[in-house]
Design a protein around this ligand. Structure first.
Ligand code: URA
Length: 435
């Protein structure tokens, strides 16, 4: 078998066999297939698509590129959640400690930023000392002893996804349904959990911009899960405006800490986290219905147990928990300045994609694989769609590492909002649940 033939076959829109997909993934994982050929293949998949059968073969090949954890005897009922990627999406940092504080075991494998969307691993690396590349043994031992663990791909777990993910991030091959489905589901299979909640984002700040596309992706992933005997549900959630107010790594970690300490007022973030927690609690059999799940989640937040659980997780993985108790310890970007509203009116659009792209330009994400991240930079969005604003009041606060970056970001953000003269409705948070 020859990798060039496989690239050409996909370029010409033909269906790859299981053997061809395995040959490609195994060769890429072992570094026998170089990045440039993998990038060409990913672009061919992006443009030509894959059948559900090919996507399942790809998922399994990526999952089996490393070890598949068995949670038998460790945490048979452990749950996992995963987002398809959005702007300002810090829900994992809130939902994981909430449900862990409610007694669920949570085994979470997360990713880095991808394109204009942020990633949990990049966000958590804002915390000094934290280790997020756990070995299989560490992952299992922490889960068994403490019921909560969060890791990125390591050499052991789904290494093919780790490599392909980094390449897709910088080659314009992120928004592909088979590549997203296989990336997420391979990690979920490798991490061994049987109960998985997927958060499929829909809107201009998501990789699936329309509800029919997002529904198709959700159904594809739920079907892959079912084929391999996992219980998977997918919620469809809005990503037409950033989730919460903060976009950028340290800014988002601080917003998550504030929400866990009862100090955040972001209504969409609170609603989203309560709903995801309630669904997970029901899936795991801890809550009889949505109302009971929400009540448990609220209690975990109000009592401070969820916040303590995040501290436990961070401390177990060598992160400095003093930053959670005193978020003012986090370093600030050197240039922090507000952008005022240009006119009076109601905000009918706060374009999540433009804000995500601006945040990447500020240095919160990568343009090349080797790009370092500046954890300090990002954007605070002071309003939600549907809010009334007055000319001159703060619309955004930009956190930049230079005057030049600030000016570029200010220019880009000027076009992110649409005003109208009549009141307009708020955006819904959840559009439905699949599975
Ligand atoms: N999350 C992932 O893990 N992979 C993707 O491709 C998109 C979101």
């Amino acid at each position: 078998m020859n990798v060039v033939d496989i690239i050409i076959k996909k370029r010409d829109g033909k269906e790859l066999s299981r053997e061809e997909i395995e040959f490609f993934i195994n060769g890429f994982t072992r570094e026998e297939i170089p990045d440039y050929q993998a990038a060409a293949w990913a672009m061919a998949v992006m443009c030509r698509g894959m059948t559900p059968t090919e996507t399942t073969f790809l998922t399994m090949a990526m999952a089996h590129s490393g070890e598949i954890l068995s949670l038998n005897g460790v945490a048979e009922n452990a749950v996992d959640k995963h987002s398809t990627g959005g702007v300002g999406d810090k829900t994992t940092l809130i939902v994981q400690p909430i449900v862990a504080a409610c007694g669920l075991q949570v085994a979470k494998m997360s990713g880095r930023g991808l394109g204009f969307s942020g990633g949990t691993i990049d966000k958590l690396e804002s915390i000094p000392g934290i280790r997020l590349n756990l070995s299989k043994e560490e992952f299992l031992a922490q889960l068994k002893a403490h019921g909560t663990v969060l890791s990125g791909q390591s050499g052991d777990l789904a290494p093919a996804d780790g490599k392909l993910y980094a390449l897709r991030d910088v080659t314009g091959t992120v928004p592909s349904m088979p590549l997203i489905a296989s990336s997420i589901m391979s990690k979920k299979i490798a991490a061994g959990t049987h109960t998985i909640l997927l958060d499929v984002k829909v809107g201009n700040g998501a990789f699936m911009e329309t509800l029919p596309q997002a529904t198709e992706l959700a159904e594809l992933m739920v079907a892959i899960g079912k084929q391999i005997g996992r219980t998977v549900k997918a919620e469809l959630s809005d990503m037409n405006q950033p989730l919460g107010y903060a976009v950028g790594n340290i800014l988002e970690v601080k917003e998550a800490i504030a929400m866990l300490r009862g100090e955040s007022t972001a209504p969409d973030l609170a609603e989203h986290c309560l709903e995801s927690s309630a669904v997970l609690l029901q899936m795991a059999g801890k809550a009889a219905d949505d109302a009971a799940g929400r009540a448990m989640a609220r209690e975990a937040l109000a009592s401070g147990r969820a916040f303590e659980n995040l501290k436990l997780l961070i401390g177990l993985q060598d992160g400095d928990t003093a930053y959670l108790d005193e978020p003012d310890r986090f370093p600030l970007a050197p240039v922090i300045r507000e952008i005022p509203a240009a006119q009076d009116g109601w905000l009918s659009e706060i374009n999540a994609r433009r804000i995500g792209e601006t945040s990447v330009d500020l240095g919160a994400g990568r343009v090349k694989k080797s790009d370092p991240i500046d954890h300090r930079v990002g954007i605070i969005v002071h309003h939600k769609v549907g809010d009334a604003v007055k000319r001159g009041e703060p619309l955004f606060t930009i956190h930049a590492n230079s005057e030049e970056k600030f000016t570029q970001a200010a220019e880009r953000l000027a076009a992110a909002c649409v005003y109208q003269s009549e009141p307009c409705p708020k955006l819904p948070q959840i559009y439905g649940l699949i599975g």
